[in-house]
Every structure is written in C-alpha cells, then in structure tokens.
Ligand binder design. Structure first.
Ligand SMILES: [Zn+2]
Length: 149
C-alpha cells in the first residue's frame, strides 16, 4: 500500500520514463524506435505489460503511421515473449481511452497486454487490494528481458 499512498509522481509517468533512461528501476523490458514496453507496476496479473508510444499523445488519431505499426509489432512480440516465458492460456489486450473508459492515465496512450490463466484471479479483487511486489516485478522483468532477445 505504501506504493500507492506514496507521493504522486510529478508530470507524465510515461514521458518521465522515456526521458530518464533508468530502465531497470522503471521496469522497462524493451525500447523500440517510437514506442517502449514496460511492466505495469500495479499488474492485473503477473507479466502485465504495456506498450507505450514515446510521444505524449492521448488518442489513436494523433498517432503517426510508423507508431501504429510499431505498437502492433510490439504487442505481437509481447504475446510471443509472454507465451514463451510464462505459458499463459490467453491474453487480454487493448486500451482504455479516457477516464470514463477506465484509463488510470488518460493523457498518454498505453496498450495493455495481460496474460491470463484459467485459474487466475479476477481483475477487480486484485486491483482493489493492489499489492506492491517490487521483487516479483524485477524478477519478471529479468525473465521477460531474457526472452525478448
Ligand atoms: Zn506523456
């Protein structure tokens, strides 16, 4: 809970991560040309990744052609990497556009790639009692980085 109750980060959390290049601490798994892949600090499930354009845009209509392509390429890559590393039985993938649609950060697009297992927990109880698991997240980051190569 300290994680959540701690001081709120100033500025855009995604733009901050693009700029500061501390990938280990920031749980970044891969950097592409126009987008990056990062573990969600508050995962719905283990291995919950996000594909995020480097540019601060809030709508699909603001993306450039190269960004569309790379987002989909990295989502496919995430499917493959998570498939190899964690053997999920399915995925939820997509984005929440706007606060009304459930976006926690609504001013910088991010696409979720969430591995699912038949026996996994339902999303909402997990969110309601979000646990901070920095060690688990670092171990997951190591695992996924290995598979990403
Ligand atoms: Zn941003």
């Amino acid at each position: 809970m300290e994680f959540i109750l701690g001081p709120k980060e100033k500025g855009c959390v995604f733009c901050n991560r693009v700029r500061r290049k501390s990938d280990r601490k920031d749980l970044i798994v891969h950097r592409g040309k126009t987008c990056f892949v990062i573990l969600n600090k508050y995962p719905y499930n283990p291995g919950h990744l996000m594909v995020v354009p480097n540019r601060h845009v809030s709508s699909l209509t603001q993306l450039k052609p190269g960004e569309y392509g790379e987002i989909l390429t990295l989502m496919a890559r995430a499917e493959k990497v998570l498939g190899g590393a964690m053997r999920p039985q399915g995925f939820n993938m997509g984005l929440n556009l706007g606060k009304a649609a459930g976006a926690g950060i609504d001013d910088h697009l991010h696409f979720h790639v969430i591995p699912r297992w038949f026996a996994d927990t339902n999303f909402w109880p997990v969110i309601a009692e979000t646990k901070s698991m920095p060690q688990h997240l670092l171990a997951t980051q190591n695992l996924l980085k290995k598979f990403w190569k």
